[in-house]
Write a new protein. Structure first.
Length: 65
């Protein structure tokens, strides 16, 4: 997946335009609270309760491995 497509996907999930994904946005995108919470635990590297574009790119890179 190219960086441009990753950014487009991120922007689609970032429904409030905050440049980060909340657990609610992740849950809405994936259709499940439990999965969203697991993703947040695993990929919210800085622990701020949101996933930044950089952290989102890590999610996508990890998914390819």
């Amino acid at each position: 997946m190219t960086r441009q497509r990753i950014q487009q996907a991120f922007e689609t999930f970032d429904t409030d335009g905050s440049q980060s994904l909340s657990v609610e946005e992740v849950s809405q995108a994936l259709g499940g609270d439990t999965m969203a919470k697991n993703i947040m635990k695993r990929f919210d590297v800085d622990g701020d309760g949101e996933i930044s574009l950089e952290e989102f790119q890590m999610v996508m890179d990890a998914d390819e491995k």
